[in-house]
Design a protein around this ligand. Structure first.
Ligand code: UT7
Length: 316
């Protein structure tokens, strides 16, 4: 079967950490409200010289170094983001230039909000199949602090900044690989952008999105498992979009699953949209918890509305 295997990860986080306590001095909120409703305790915000592209370049550089590949071996570069600093050049093109990826390597941004990394992985597999080549760089990066209204307590406590990157190899092995994607146009989550005219900060109908998420997460997981013929027991890790700890807990209960399999790190990152899944993959790899040969499911859901799931194997 042709499919992708994960061979290396990288990550980049802004130095500045913002605690719930700090936010509670700026808006009418509390550490107690934020932790019990979301599981979030701290998040990172970009400094003046940082943005989604600078984070993407750092994460991608690290993933490339860890893969042991040269830049000339990368055959496509895809960046998932909804907070690109510029409309053009895309973040992916900025990565292409910074890492000296070859000119034959297509580079493009994908905006599927919090499902962006899954969409990007599917697009990378498609590009390698269409154009040839073995290795793809897929990045998720966000500077959501730039899109938020710092006075809106219903959103400013939720989001954070960061980037994660993955190098995938397209192989003909029997390693499991499948992707499922979906979309339903809806502005329950809406954001202008720093480079768009009439920029407007993020707004979200939290309750409606929560209902959507607790439905989309188990359905996407079920669909992508079906496509591989695997079941939950065959997975070592389920890496979900890190929007809210309660959404993952709900899914675990619904599936009667082992909660230890469902990685969570929103406590120290908040919701980093397209970056949340690759940042989590990188943490798992860096901490030695992700082992070669393990099979992972990644599930995204969020703005668009969009959703998706991917299953692949880690092969260092
Ligand atoms: O990344 C894309 C996917 N995103 C998601 O999946 C997010 C899904 N939604 C959620 O995670 C949750 O809906 C939230 C965390 C956003 C909100 O939690 P909730 O339990 O749905 O709270 P709520 O919006 O219903 O608000 C409950 C109360 C309200 O007060 P009243 O009307 O009951 O008096 C809010 O005004 O909490 C109030 N509230 C706050 N209070 C303290 C809202 N934000 C805050 C805050 N601090 N930061």
């Amino acid at each position: 079967m042709n499919g992708l295997q994960l061979i290396a990860t990288g990550g980049a986080l802004p130095e500045r950490t913002v605690t719930n306590e700090e936010l509670s001095r700026m808006v009418d909120t509390s550490d107690e409200w934020i932790t019990t409703r979301t599981g979030i305790r701290t998040r990172h915000y970009c400094g003046e010289t940082e943005n989604a592209a600078t984070l993407a370049i750092r994460a991608a550089q690290q993933a490339l170094e860890r893969s042991g590949l040269g830049p000339e071996e990368i055959s496509c570069c895809i960046c998932a983001t909804l907070s690109a600093p510029d409309a053009t050049p895309s973040v992916a093109c900025q990565v292409q230039r910074a890492l000296h990826l070859p000119e034959g390597c297509p580079a493009l941004d994908v905006n599927a909000a919090c499902s962006g990394f899954i969409y990007g992985t599917a697009a990378a597999n498609g590009l390698l199949a269409t154009l040839g080549g073995k290795y793809a760089l897929v990045i998720g990066c966000e500077a959501l602090s730039r899109l938020m209204d710092p006075k809106d307590r219903s959103t400013c406590v939720l989001f954070g900044d960061g980037a994660g990157a993955a190098v995938f190899e397209r192989t003909e092995s029997n390693a499991p690989f499948a992707v499922t994607l979906g979309a339903r146009g809806d502005d329950a989550i809406h954001a202008g952008g720093p480079s768009r005219t009439g920029s407007s900060p993020i707004t979200m109908d939290g309750k409606a999105v929560f209902r959507f998420a607790v439905d989309a997460l188990p359905k996407s997981l079920d669909r992508v498992l079906q496509k591989t013929g695997l079941n939950l027991d065959d997975l070592s890790w389920v890496v979900c979009h890190q929007a809210n700890s309660r959404i993952i807990d709900h899914c675990v209960r619904h599936l009667n699953a082992d909660p230890a399999k469902f990685y969570k790190n929103m406590d120290h990152h908040g919701n980093t949209s397209a970056a949340s899944i690759p940042v989590a993959l990188n943490e798992l790899a860096e901490s030695g918890q992700l082992l070669p040969g393990q099979t992972i499911a990644c599930i995204g859901f969020g703005g668009g509305l969009t959703w998706g799931g991917a299953i692949f194997q880690y092969r260092k």
